[in-house]
Design a protein around this ligand. Structure first.
Ligand code: NAP
Length: 420
C-alpha cells in the first residue's frame, strides 16, 4: 500500500493477522508501528515514549520501525486536514499503533478525532489499567489497594455524536417528533434546546462485556463489575446491566457465576477458579473506588461512565501523568494515555511521559513482547522510586529530583540498560 501523508520508514516489516477468529498476530522482530505524537503535550510525551520503547525493544533483541502518522494540529499544519485518510488506513493495515492526546474544541468546531478514530476502526474496547507503582505519591492512604482494569465501551452512548444544536431546523424537527409522535410531554423546556441521543445496543454491550469477562477468566481475576446508572436510564444503562448478566449466565458455564448465585447457591463462598459478576450503580461506584478499593478488579461499563471513572481512579494512583490505556477490536490495538493534551504545558518539556510510556507497555504486551513490557514497567517504577520524577510527582514528595520530560525518559532508558 502506498501513502502520501505518512512518513514511511526505510526498513521494518508489517504485522499481519495470523488468525481471523482469535485476532492472533504474526509479529516480526522489527515491526512497522504507526505513531501519532499528538497535540499540546503530545509533542513532549510522544518522542519521550518512543525513546523508551526503542530502548526496551533493543534490550530484548528487537527493533521498532516507527511510521510517523498525523492527526490534529500536526495534520492541519502539514496537510490542512484534521485526520487524513492515510492515517486511518496506516493504523488499520499495520494493526498495532500508539497515539498521544488530541485536542477537541468545546461547544463548537470539529468532533473529537479520538472518538472518530476509535469509531472508524471499530476499536470497541477502551481498556484502562489502574495499578500503583512503588514510590508514586498519591492523595489516598493505600494506593497499592488499587489494581483494577476498566473495559469502557468505545463506540456508543452519548459519545456517538448523535446530537443536534439548539436553534437549528434539525433540532426542532427532533423536538416535534418527540412531542407529537412519541408523546414526550412536559419534559423539554420551551425555547432553544440541544438534543442528544444515547444509543446502547445489545450487540455493543455484549461484545464489550465478553472482553472484560474473558480477561478476568484468563488472568485469574475474582470479579467483574458492571457499572451503570440503570436505575434512572432503564432502557439504556439498565439494559447494559441485564445483557451483562445474560452473557455471564449463558456463555461461560461454571467458570462464571453471578453475585446472586454466589449467595443463593454458595453461601457467599466463592468457588475456587470462578469469576463473580456483580453490578454497581455508577455514582455509588465512584465512592466505592475510594472506600472499598481492593474489592474491584475488572470493570465493564459504558463510554461516559468509563471516561469519568478511569480519570478518578487514575488520581488514586498518582494522577493523569501516570494512567495508561489502549483501544482494542478486530485484532488491532491503538495504545493511548488517559490524559488529554494539557495545552498550557505544550512544548515546555515539563509534563510526565509515564502515562504514554506505560500505554506503550500495553502495546508491547499486545505484541507478545512480555519481556520488553516488564522491562518498561520495572524501569519506570525504579526510576520513580529513586526520586527522579517530573513536576507533577515532585510537588507531592519531599526531596527528589525534578526532571524535564526528556530527562525523565533518558533516566528510564538508563534504567532499562541497567536492568537488561
Ligand atoms: P488534560 O489535558 O488531561 O489535563 C488536565 C490536567 O491533568 C493538567 O492540567 C495536569 O494537571 C494533568 N495532566 C494531564 N496530563 C499530564 C501529564 N502527562 N503529566 C502531568 N500532569 C498531567 O485534560 P483537559 O485540560 O481537560 O483537556 C485538554 C484537551 O485534551 C481537550 O481538548 C480535551 O478534549 C483533550 N483530551 C484528549 C484526550 C485524548 O486524546 N484521548 C483525552 C482527554 C482529553 P495539573 O495542571 O494540575 O498539573
Amino acid at each position: 500500500m502506498s501513502y502520501d501523508k505518512v512518513d514511511v520508514p526505510e526498513d521494518g516489516e508489517a504485522i499481519t493477522l495470523a488468525d481471523e477468529e482469535t485476532g492472533e498476530l504474526n509479529v516480526p522482530s522489527n515491526p512497522i508501528i504507526p505513531i501519532i505524537h499528538g497535540d499540546g503535550i503530545g509533542t513532549d510525551v510522544g518522542p519521550a515514549a518512543q525513546k523508551v520503547l526503542d530502548a526496551a525493544a533493543e534490550a530484548t533483541g528487537r527493533s521498532i520501525a516507527w511510521m510517523r502518522v498525523y492527526a490534529g494540529e500536526s495534520a492541519r499544519e502539514k496537510y490542512d486536514e484534521n485526520l487524513p485518510e492515510d492515517t486511518v488506513s496506516a493504523i488499520r493495515s499495520h494493526r498495532v499503533a500508539i497515539k498521544g492526546p488530541l485536542t477537541t474544541p468545546v461547544g463548537a468546531g470539529f468532533r473529537s478525532l479520538n472518538v472518530a478514530l476509535r469509531q472508524t476502526l471499530d476499536m470497541y474496547a477502551n481498556v484502562r489499567p489502574t495499578y500503583h507503582l512503588e514510590g508514586v505519591p498519591s492523595p489516598v492512604k493505600n494506593p497499592e489497594a488499587m489494581d483494577m482494569i476498566t473495559f469502557r465501551e468505545n463506540t456508543e452512548d452519548v459519545y456517538a455524536g448523535v446530537e443536534w444544536e439548539a436553534g437549528t431546523d434539525e433540532v426542532e424537527k427532533v423536538r416535534r417528533f418527540l412531542e407529537d409522535d412519541m408523546e414526550v410531554a412536559d419534559v423539554i423546556h420551551d425555547g432553544p434546546v440541544g438534543i442528544g441521543v444515547k444509543p446502547i445496543s445489545e450487540f455493543g454491550s455484549k461484545r464489550l462485556i465478553r472482553e472484560a469477562i474473558d480477561y478476568a477468566v484468563a488472568n485469574d481475576r475474582d470479579t467483574v463489575t458492571l457499572v451503570h446508572k440503570g436505575n434512572i436510564m432503564k432502557f439504556t444503562e439498565g439494559a447494559f446491566r441485564d445483557w451483562g448478566y445474560e452473557v455471564a449466565e449463558e456463555e461461560y458455564g461454571d467458570d462464571v457465576i453471578t453475585e446472586d448465585e454466589l449467595w443463593d447457591e454458595h453461601d457467599g463462598e466463592q468457588p475456587e477458579g470462578t469469576v463473580v459478576v456483580n453490578d454497581r450503580i455508577a455514582d455509588n461506584m465512584l465512592q466505592q473506588l475510594l472506600t472499598r478499593t481492593d474489592e474491584y478488579e475488572v470493570i465493564a461499563t459504558m463510554n461516559l461512565n468509563g471516561d469519568y471513572m478511569s480519570d478518578a481512579a487514575g488520581a488514586q494512583i498518582g494522577g493523569l501523568g501516570i494512567a495508561p490505556g489502549a483501544n482494542f477490536g478486530h485484532g488491532r490495538c491503538l495504545a493511548e494515555p488517559v490524559h488529554g493534551s494539557a495545552p498550557k504545558y505544550a512544548g515546555e518539556d515539563k509534563v510526565n511521559p509515564t502515562a504514554m510510556i506505560l500505554s506503550g507497555r500495553e502495546m508491547l504486551d499486545y505484541l507478545g513482547w512480555d519481556d520488553a513490557a516488564d522491562l518498561v514497567r520495572d524501569a519506570v517504577e525504579e526510576t520513580i522510586a529513586s526520586g527522579q520524577v517530573t513536576y507533577d510527582l515532585h510537588r507531592q514528595i519531599d526531596g527528589g529530583e525534578k526532571l524535564a520530560t526528556s530527562e525523565f525518559a533518558e533516566a528510564v532508558v538508563d534504567k532499562i540498560d541497567e536492568l537488561a
